[in-house]
Design a protein around this ligand. Structure first.
Ligand SMILES: Cc1ncc(COP(=O)(O)O)c(C=O)c1O
Length: 381
């Protein structure tokens, strides 16, 4: 279907931080397939794990326990510092799970009428009817109504508006991206996240972090919310968690661990063994202090270099780790197209923001190369 405005390129293979078209032309990938290929392309340990798991068994239904799925689930929960996980197939599905957990938690404890979920303006939580409703962007609320009811939006950083919206009689959960991705690479302020956590604790509202784009070490801590020193009740992950195989995960902390009971939730492919085997490699690779420190160093290198250019076309530079946003004076899409012509793949987030989500394994040489291309383009604007 005609759902994507495709760029004029077609890829046949990848290696590390590069993709190649059929003619063998090399492109530097600063997108990671929108935060998916966190270990780059054709990462040997990931390829090996996928092959070995495919030779053993690709899938068993969730009526049975299976070694790879259990091992992945245990590692994930330990890495995130959570208590339990439900495995699904996408970010939207993980966020649906989070909404269900918040609503059931509240219903069982407080009865009917306390089902509202507060989210932020500019947020992005998915494309299903419910996760679109959770998404705080009016432009995405056209054409597909009626949406699931019970979502209200608060501007990022507005602690007073949040305080007002977080009504203990009607609100079940608060769903936040610690760093908004699609909304323009917007890190929340520490004061805002701390206030949000305090309101949640005081009013028994579940504090839920959508870590689908900003989690998995991308901002330098395994969960971005941990960088703010708060304790989440629910966390969702997806995208890069299995290095390129579809996955979604909704995790629960102490409060929400036992909300789902048999029959409450399910998914045919959730906990798929191919995904799980790959996920184990991703977790073993990424969740190490020295690896996370490298993400921060590389991210600082990118952000620092762009700030130093001090170019008139650049109006703001922000981000955390390898999640970078650069506001420019003109049309971000034009810059993305020009970068593609010059062999650099980048993303946009909104009309005037360039977004960079390189794979974690990107080399310093590849960072320098991408920066050179970008500088050449932005200097001319
Ligand atoms: C923060 C966030 N939440 C949810 C989603 C939806 O994930 P998926 O496309 O896997 O359903 C995305 C996708 O971009 C995202 O960035």
């Amino acid at each position: 279907m005609n759902t994507y405005n495709r760029l004029p390129v077609s890829f046949v293979r990848g290696k590390g931080a590069c993709l190649f078209d059929a003619a063998g032309r090399r492109y530097l990938d600063w997108t990671s397939g929108i935060a998916v290929n966190c270990l780059g392309h054709a990462y040997e340990p990931l390829v090996r794990a996928a092959r070995e798991q495919a030779e053993k068994c690709l899938h068993v239904c969730n009526y049975y326990d299976a070694e790879a799925a259990t091992a992945f689930a245990e590692k994930l929960v330990a890495a995130a510092g959570m208590k339990a996980v439900f495995l699904a197939n996408s970010g939207a599905e993980a966020n649906e799970g989070a909404c269900k957990i918040a609503r059931k938690y509240s219903l069982k404890k407080y009865g009917e009428g306390r089902h509202t979920i507060v989210t932020l303006r500019g947020s992005f939580h998915g494309r299903t009817i419910t996760t679109l409703a959770a998404t705080g962007q009016d432009a995405l609320h056209r054409d597909f109504g009626p949406f699931t009811e019970g979502f209200v939006y608060v501007p990022c950083g507005d602690i007073e508006a949040l305080n007002k919206a977080m009504d203990r009689r009607t609100v079940a959960g608060l769903l936040i991206e610690a760093v908004q991705g699609e909304g323009g690479v917007v890190p929340q302020s520490e004061a805002f996240i701390k206030a949000a956590a305090a309101f949640c604790a005081e009013r028994d509202i579940l504090l839920m972090f959508d870590e689908i784009q900003c989690g998995l070490g991308r901002t330098g801590t395994f969960l971005a919310c941990r960088g703010y020193g708060v304790e989440p009740d629910v966390v969702t992950m997806a995208k890069g968690l299995c290095g390129g195989i579809p996955v979604g995960a909704v995790m629960a902390g102490e409060k929400a661990t036992d909300v789902f009971q048999p029959g409450d939730h399910g998914s045919t492919f959730g906990g798929n063994l191919l995904a799980a085997a790959c996920g184990i490699v991703v977790l073993d690779t990424v969740n190490r202090p020295e690896f996370l420190a490298e993400i921060v160093r590389k991210g600082d290198k990118i952000l620092g270099a762009i700030r130093l250019w001090n170019l008139p076309a650049v109006t703001d530079v922000r981000g955390k780790g390898l999640m970078a946003g650069v506001d420019i004076a003109g049309d971000a899409h034009e810059v993305m197209e020009e970068a593609l012509k010059q062999g650099l793949l980048i993303l946009t987030a909104g009309k005037q923001t360039l977004r960079f989500l390189p794979p974690y394994i990107i080399s310093d040489r590849e960072i320098d190369e991408g920066l050179r291309i970008l500088k050449g383009i932005l200097e001319k604007r």
